[in-house]
Design a protein around this ligand. Structure first.
Ligand SMILES: O=CN(O)CCNC(=O)c1cccc(Cl)c1Cl
Ligand code: NI
Length: 186
């Protein structure tokens, strides 16, 4: 079905689907899975379009993981430009982090989530550099070497596939304590 995704379809914290480990998708992905992933990517683009976002009351986001629309499947979509003006706009099926730096990074402004209707302040430690493998919307195997903002966003999304929320990473005793061996991404 080719309906657009709106906030009504976004699952909020408390729903157990957000805490499940999502299942790998059997390749080649079905037409329906590809269609859904394209709708997820379109939702993210719509959420960044002032007119559309206003018309449909969409909260802006740079990524979306399938569990956030109630689908416990390992697929995600991202659409953003990083701090070096590099554009990322893609759907990924069965994404996995195949290697990462020891060094960490973080956004000094913290993170937010469409599935979390509240501000949760604090530094979210992320790996500074990651290598991801997965399958794109064209069915090709891709290998992405990411750092900085792109690395952070992809880790936030892949966490959703493992039932992890961004605030799980915030230091309970001192939320604004920069992690060991880290450099801010901004
Ligand atoms: O899972 C995806 N979302 O919940 C979409 C809404 N959040 C964001 O766009 C967002 C905001 C700040 C930092 C990061 Cl890393 C992300 Cl991802
Ligand atoms: Ni999120």
């Amino acid at each position: 079905m080719n309906d657009m995704i709106t906030m009504d379809q976004i699952v909020r914290e408390g729903d157990p689907v957000l805490r499940k480990k999502a299942e790998d998708i059997e390749l080649p992905a079905s037409k329906e899975e590809i269609e859904t992933l394209k709708e997820m990517l379109q939702f993210i683009k719509n959420s960044q379009d002032d007119e559309i976002a206003k018309k449909y009351n969409l909260r802006p986001g740079v990524g979306l993981a399938a569990p956030q629309i109630g689908l416990s499947k390992r697929m995600l979509a991202v659409h953003f430009t990083d701090f070096n003006d590099r554009e990322y706009s893609m759907g990924l099926i069965n994404p996995r982090i195949v290697s990462h730096s020891v060094e960490k990074t973080y956004l000094q402004s913290g993170e937010g989530c469409l599935s979390v209707d509240r501000d949760v302040p604090g530094i979210v430690p992320r790996y500074a550099r990651i290598t991801i493998k997965g399958t794109n919307l064209e069915g090709e195997e891709v290998k992405l070497r990411l750092k900085g903002y792109a690395a952070i966003v992809l880790q936030h999304e892949i966490d959703h596939l493992d039932g992890i929320m961004f605030y799980d990473h915030i230091n309970k005793d001192n939320p604004f304590q920069p992690p060991e061996n880290s450099t801010p991404a901004e």
